[in-house]
Ligand binder design. Sequence first.
Ligand code: BES
Ligand code: MN
Ligand code: ZN
Length: 501
Amino acid sequence: MKVTLKSTVGRSAVRVVPVFSDGGGAKKASGLDPALAAIVRKADSTGIFSGKKGEVLPQVAPDSAVEKTLLLMGLGPRKKLDGEVLRTVFGNLGRRLARLSGKKASLSLEQGAAAVCIAKLGAAQAARCMLEGCRLGAYDYQAQKGGRKPRKPASSLALECGDSDASLLKLLRSGLKLADACVDGVNLARELANTPGNYLYPASLASKARSMARSSGLKCKVLGERDLQREKMGGILGVAQGSNRAPRLIQLEYTPRGKAEKTLVIVGKAVTFDSGGISIKPAGGMQDMKFDMAGGAAAIGAMQALARLKPKLRVVAIVPSAENLLGGSAYRPGDVLTSASGKTIEVINTDAEGRLLLADALHYSRRFKPDAVVDMATLTGACVIALGTHASGLMSNDKALARQLLKVSADCGERIWELPLFDEYYKMVESKVADVRNSSGRDAGASTAGAFLGHFIKGVPWAHLDIAGTAWRQAPLGYQPRGATGAGVRLMVELALSMGA
Ligand code: BES
Ligand code: MN
Ligand code: ZN
């Protein structure tokens, strides 16, 4: 799906007409071309279309003065309009256009509700949200669907805007450029997280990261098993023991031109398949555990976007990757692992594997002298119980960093919600036989996982995002497709841009 800016107004296969829900037919039609206005008034008076958010009225050959096909698209009330409403409505549009395959759609930014969106949100933000919604909504994982059907040609949406106002065009273009980079990053993360475990494992993830780095101009370094042994990364190595697929630690680095004032490290959990290990998971739903590398995928997707957007700070991504299986040399409950930090970890439950990878990766991140470290991980079922699929859990040892993340979250529309890291939670993961233990039972499961991580990154401003609920959807919703959502990518891009604008 392509979304472009067009300075001429012409006929296309489909004309998209956004409409607010407030007022009667006259108000709904205000600011539209006479022919379109008449159609919107008629749709309103017959009661078949009210402009409610998400409502769509397709029309075939309504009037010879307009296109053969119209899509009236409800935006809801003017008062409730924000970026997320636009993303959601355009997400549904994107999904619909992708299904039509190969269709050219147009939408005038100078008329009716679209013009109001630009006036209310600003041209750059409105264009950004329209593009993000449309392209993110159009995504569908198809990689293993070969053979029977030929690949569908992509549809496109042209945003029409006269060329008289140069500063307006500049704003629209900057919004679209930012959005395109973000969407490509999100869709890369989705593609990686949707890929089955037999195609995507630590070594193949590393080679995909490496080829992305090569084409994006990023530095890439991959630690193999030997390197991990040299770094004494007992957490990653412990988890990987049960699989024939060797672990990796992927490092991507973006350095700006000129002097970098700050360094941000993004850490992403990449368990390419999580069976639970000896503490095996129930069979129902286990197939989805291929997405247990969504945190790592989001880190890689964000790096691709940042390579294009070029913020003025250094950004390093650290992606520890292993497969959690239960082969003959698998780690067991009761084992004690020694992490890269020297801290020993009692394994209570082999299914609490993500924090073992992250313990080593967080410790490793210290060598970059970061101003902030943010990790993203599909870490706990407890976080899904607490917040469902509608917000990622945020935990942090630094008030300012947490505040900054909440701010950029509101800007980019990726919802996060803070959960506490009380001293008591740090205590709860202490062990009788080692320094810490990897599980303390069901109580406050998201926070005790966070506190476990906190033991390995003391003294560094750090935040943890538990994306277990947000990284995957069972059914499409707005601009999120079924399957991997790419959660975390837009948030990290927004954070990096806010730190190095
Ligand atoms: N990858 C899972 C967490 C998860 C659950 C992600 C559901 C997405 C959806 C993680 O490795 C895990 O198994 N966590 C355990 C921890 C427990 C054993 C302390 C959990 O949440 O049950
Ligand atoms: Mn697990
Ligand atoms: Zn896991």
